[in-house]
Design a protein around this ligand. Structure first.
Ligand code: FAD
Length: 401
């Protein structure tokens, strides 16, 4: 009899963690992981690549270097569709892949909220390619000022003031003064505007903690526009509404970090989804399809305490990977699966290399201490999806920078 086949789609936090835990369990099964690139990237650090404070290589490692090749087969390909009724995954280049069990962990794409011009005229931060494109664009535009003397070359607009936006702002405000010395543009003339639709900045933190983070950025020159929804992005122009009036800001660099949604493959495969996310059963399977687990940013897990789904984060994706590996072991042994349980350990946002703000196990941290916590979190996640070698090569040990 042939072995049962478990196929994992996506080698991000959720997918790679599932594989790492599954291969430890010594089950007599065939394990296949599919990913569009031969490398994993730390999505939580994309803003560093986009701002140019870290090279892409620092946040990437080869999938093959961290899996046990005797137990797991890696296929580099792009998933185009899941035929859930025939139990087949369609791949762009290598054809069809059948499965007995499927773990869907295809992550996120940029959310445009249907705002006109976003795709055409702004730069998202959702993977290595988009982050590197944003860096190339920013560097070229700032360098161009020498020739053009056009103030728009020194104007940057960051759309959205959520977690990613604030972390990106933290990085560029660290780097721009150094670039100004190198590229010879007047740093005092650089204009950085952050536009947010919601009335409150960083709502995941207390007023005091969020305010501290925003003040750090304001002191570094960022101008925040709050409660000002973006209506359209035009060529080198952001149109937003303020007090019922439409206004424009001209900028040659427009970064789009207003939010993300789950992979479009989920909708195209006919799953019952909202913004690319499927509300999963307590054991992380899809309703009506007990052989399919849906995890990471393509899943929505209900938090019983708040009555709302948990926010999609790397932290929950990693924990889901642990849970799915164990539930697969139970299922394969004809035992009952265990409901997924989650307790957040907290959240830390970096504001450049040496400042961070966050809640860690019920305590607020900020400033330099916050940045140490952030580095510890990055190092922990490198161990959880990679290995000791990955940690030593890619880890953050510049605590006294
Ligand atoms: P991902 O990690 O995105 O992995 C998905 C994988 O699937 C990728 O390898 C991708 O290449 C692959 N893939 C996608 N489509 C296909 C396809 N069609 N075929 C084959 N392969 C495919 N969370 C936190 O907890 N803390 C933070 O501080 C934090 N900071 C963030 C900062 C930024 C800039 C961003 C963008 C996100 C941040 N997040 C943070 C959120 C976190 O990154 C995501 O919640 C997390 O990456 C989700 O994990 P995942 O495994 O679902 O997806």
């Amino acid at each position: 009899m042939s072995k049962q086949r478990v196929v994992i789609l996506g080698a991000g936090y959720a997918g790679l963690r599932t594989v790492k835990e599954l291969q430890k369990k010594n089950l007599d099964i065939e394990i296949i992981i599919v990913n569009k690139n031969d490398y994993h990237y730390e999505s939580t650090q994309l803003h560093e690549v986009a701002a140019g404070t870290e090279p892409a290589d620092k946040i990437c490692f080869n999938v093959s270097d961290v899996i046990n090749k005797e137990k797991v087969k890696f296929i580099k390909d792009t998933v185009t569709k899941i035929d859930k009724d025939s139990r087949v995954v369609l791949l762009e280049n290598t054809g069809e892949l059948t499965y007995d069990y499927l773990v869907v962990a295809l992550g996120f794409v940029s959310e445009t909220f249907g705002i006109p011009g976003v795709d055409a005229y702004s730069l998202p931060l959702v993977d290595i390619n988009t982050a590197e494109a944003a860096k190339r664009h920013l560097d070229a535009t700032l360098a161009n000022y020498q020739k053009s003397k056009d103030p728009q070359d020194l104007s940057i607009v960051v759309c959205g003031a959520g977690f990613t936006s604030v972390e990106y702002l933290g990085e560029i405000t660290n780097r721009i003064p150094k670039l100004a010395d190198k590229m010879n543009f007047p740093k005092e003339q650089v204009s950085i505007t952050c536009i947010e639709a919601m009335p409150k900045l960083l709502p995941m933190f207390s007023e005091k903690l969020g305010g501290y983070g925003i003040d750090v950025l304001k002191k570094r020159g960022v101008d925040f526009k709050v409660g000002t929804p973006i209506k359209e992005i035009k060529d080198k122009t952001v149109v937003y509404e303020e007090n019922g009036e439409l206004k424009e800001i001209k900028a040659n660099t427009i970064i789009w970090t207003t939010g993300v949604k789950g992979s479009p493959v989920i909708g195209e495969s006919g799953f019952d989804e909202r913004r690319g996310r499927v509300m999963v059963e307590p054991d992380l399977t899809v309703t009506g399809y007990p052989e399919i687990f849906m995890i990471g940013d393509v899943s929505a897990v209900m938090d019983k305490d708040s009555g709302r789904p948990y926010p999609t984060t790397a932290q929950i994706a990693l924990k889901q990977g642990d849970s799915v590996a164990e539930n697969l072991r139970l299922t394969l042994n004809n035992q009952t699966t265990i409901p997924f349980e989650y307790k957040s350990l907290g959240t830390v946002a970096s504001i450049g290399n040496n400042v961070g703000i966050g809640n860690v196990m019920g305590r607020e941290v900020r400033g330099y201490m916050g940045s140490i916590m952030k580095k510890n979190i990055i190092n922990k996640s490198l161990l959880e999806v990679g290995n000791t070698k990955t940690l030593l090569k890619k880890g953050r040990f510049d605590y006294y920078h």
